[in-house]
Design a protein around this ligand. Sequence first.
Ligand SMILES: *Cc1c(COP(=O)(O)O)cnc(C)c1O
Length: 427
Amino acid sequence: MELEQTISPEFLLEKNTATVETSPFTPEEFNKYVINTYARFPIVLERGAGCRVWDTQGREYLDFVAGIATCTLGHAHPAMVEAISRQIQKLHHVSNLYYIPEQGKLAKWLVEHSCAEGVFFCNSGAEANEAAIKLARKYAHTVLNIKEPIILTAHASFHGRTLATITATGQPKYQKYFEPLVPGFEYIPYNDIAAVENAIASLDANEKRVAAILLEPLQGEGGVRPGDITYFQRIREICNQKGILLILDEVQVGIGRTGQLWGYENLGIEPDIFTSAKGLGGGIPIGAMLCKSFCNVFQPGEHASTFGGNPLACAVALRVCEILEEENLLANVRARGEQLRAGLKGLAAKFSNLIAEIRGWGLINGMELKADVAVTAADVVKAAIAFGLLLVPAGAKVIRFVPPLIVSADEVDCALLALERAIATLC
Ligand SMILES: *Cc1c(COP(=O)(O)O)cnc(C)c1O
């Protein structure tokens, strides 16, 4: 299998200079038809295998973006190819008006491998968070008797791009021009226990009640910031004491990304509700909202999704989950994560005038650049592309490393060498 093949950085560099046939869809032509909502890097990707992708010029890249923490098993994984081919020939979509065995099997796997007792399926992270917000609001109205429930979320969080989820997202840049926002959200600084206690006390004093606290176990988009164990354990205590629901957004960190199946396992707590998407289908669109039975208050007709939990997406997601287990990928995530962080710390020591900090869990890691240097995360990402390495920023000053969970030791070494060469061009 191609995944096992050793690749040298020299091989990557050689490939970078090769030219093949130009795709009919150049960036210029693409931009004539596709609404411009993304600042795209000027490469056109058309093929992938394992942790590598190729552009239309035939250049090869090590993919440490993985569709932004999504391609759990990399590209063209034989188990995914097999599961998709099998299911598309059998039954790919039917309505949730009927029972869908693949959906039931995936829900069973997720319940047996988490603290959840039930699952609702949708198609994306934002939709999973919408479902969690709606469930928390219904619970607040019908169980807690709160007329205007408040959900607390964190500064620098990211929860999606729908109206409710940009409101939940504690970053004004995602909300600008889309006002009026959805009522019922208040913001607290992340990893700051005094701030959450104060926020709850002052809302209580104003006869507003907190129904839920929604947090990421590790803030991904907001700069790869791991949650503090003591903070989350105290939040769990406060939620228990006050009957507040704890909702964790596991969209980026769930499904093995941190070296544990779920991000909350790194914090020694269990949420009441949590959401999953990105890595769940290994790149096939699927999202899930999972919860404990006590807060499972949805009745038929109250929430739905046409595509949610369809046979194709569920069959593939179940294979992704099974492969995680069968191939003991969590062990690989932990080992490769340590290797990557050690290498990045070496680079931080070498380029200490540029790099401020390395942090992360498993295979979600961030390299923060010094605030007082002009170089941005986007500059590093652009420089790395020229050396055959794909990376993604997490805010202006943090470079995020989220390779497929199958990444090999050689590929991590290769990425580190490419990154070192790229950074050297910026110094
Ligand atoms: C990506 C992300 C989302 C949004 O997911 P979409 O599938 O893009 O809607 C929500 N929360 C977190 C933590 C994410 O990283």
